[in-house]
Design a protein around this ligand. Structure first.
Ligand code: NAD
Ligand code: TYD
Length: 337
């Protein structure tokens, strides 16, 4: 089988490519990535000389390039996106361009080239926010109710993917996954930001009172879920993927402090994110019962491994946390106290 992975130089995409080449060594993988600020070829050092792996630098909005690449592709796994909520608040245009227009360009190419499966990687954020104190969780029948430009653009892309199935018969599947963590996550997301700030002796910014809840899942469990959906999932269907692991931000941050043996005085409460979703929670019954998927990793063990990874890969994140990143950090956090 030959796969086109979009956004394979990002956090989840690079974990997925490494996972795939290890678990399906007979398959070929083409990685199409624009290498935005979030794309990093160092994430793929382990596979760059693998003859089954090919990297193509390019934009998913480039119709000609996408059409040419899709000519002999069996399966598309579509990760490429602008993915950070805070950046979507300060600059939504690129989110609309990449997440919506880019997805439409890929879908058109997939229809024209009779791709056998188009798998769209999406997020639980499309369903909006749950009450902090309630038993309710998102499931495959939850209504779409996105609040940030990021989640609105991902919601639009989900609708387009389903529309291409219903209108043109494109064989699609979708996964909506909860918050991921693990190696290679860019230090703008909460966990890598907290870990690397502490390793640098800097404070950790926590929005509001830190009471917002996220359902954290180790990235390898997400990769395995996509693998199972590709292998056994029903065409046209959506599967929700979550860790059954809802944790308030402040508790997650305090666990990182505990693992690193740092004092909690290094927590800095900063101004809240506008439109900050209170709680995400996933009911993953469908993927469990239909495909036999469950997370293999426990939260604390996986978080310890993740902290170790950042400790052992200082040069990876130190390079990122210089230059352009410093400008972003200054704009994002200055004047917020
Ligand atoms: P990321 O920001 O780390 O990586 C995105 C990748 O896409 C980068 O390599 C970037 O260079 C590439 N890219 C961006 N615009 C592009 C374009 N126009 N053309 C080609 N490549 C482009 O993102 P991530 O956290 O790895 O997320 C990957 C996917 O998973 C996204 O679709 C996201 O919505 C979804 N998702 C993420 C999470 C999470 O917790 N991070 C959870 C659920 C779903
Ligand atoms: P993030 O990693 O940006 O993921 P998402 O917004 O997609 O869930 O943020 C996770 C949670 O952590 C979210 O509730 C916002 C919060 N947060 C902070 O408290 N401080 C920070 O510096 C960041 C980046 C996020």
């Amino acid at each position: 089988m030959k796969l086109l992975v979009t956004g394979g130089a990002g956090a989840i995409g690079s974990n997925f490519i490494q996972y795939w080449l290890k678990t399906h060594p007979e398959d070929e993988v083409v990685n199409l990535d624009k290498l935005t600020y979030a794309g990093n070829l160092e994430n793929l050092k382990a596979v760059e000389n693998n003859p089954k792996y090919q990297f193509v630098k390019g934009d998913i909005c480039d119709t000609g390039l996408v059409g040419a690449l899709l000519k002999d592709i069996d399966t598309v796994v579509h990760f490429a996106a602008e993915s950070h909520v805070d950046r979507s608040i300060s600059g939504p245009a690129v989110f609309v361009q990449t997440n919506i227009v880019g997805t439409q360009v890929l879908l058109d190419g997939a229809v024209k080239n009779n791709v056998k499966r188009f798998h769209h990687v999406s997020t639980d954020e499309v369903f909006g926010s749950l009450e902090l104190v309630s038993q309710e969780k998102f499931n495959e029948n939850s209504l779409y109710n996105p609040h940030s430009p990021y989640s609105a653009s991902k919601a639009a892309s989900d609708h387009l993917v389903r529309a291409y199935h219903d209108t043109y018969g494109l064989p699609i599947t979708i996964t909506n996954c909860s918050n991921n963590f693990g190696p290679y996550f860019f230090p703008e997301k909460l966990f890598p930001l907290a870990i690397t700030n502490l390793l640098e002796g800097k404070k950790v910014p926590v929005y509001g009172e830190g009471l917002n809840v996220r359902d954290w899942l180790y990235v390898e469990d997400h990769c395995r879920a996509i693998d199972l959906v590709l292998e056994k999932g029903k065409v046209g269907e959506t599967y929700l993927v979550g860790g059954n692991n809802e944790v308030p931000n402040i508790e997650a941050v305090k666990l990182i402090f505990k693992i690193l043996g740092r004092p909690e005085t290094m927590i800095e409460y900063v101004k809240d994110r506008p439109g900050h979703d209170l709680r995400y929670g996933i009911d993953a019954t469908k993927i469990k019962e239909e495909l036999g998927w469950e997370p293999k990793h426990t939260f604390e063990e996986a978080l310890r491994e993740t902290v170790e990874w950042y400790r052992n890969n200082e040069s990876w994140w130190k390079k990122i946390k210089s230059g352009e990143y410093l400008e972003y950090y200054k704009k994002q956090y200055d004047g917020k106290r």
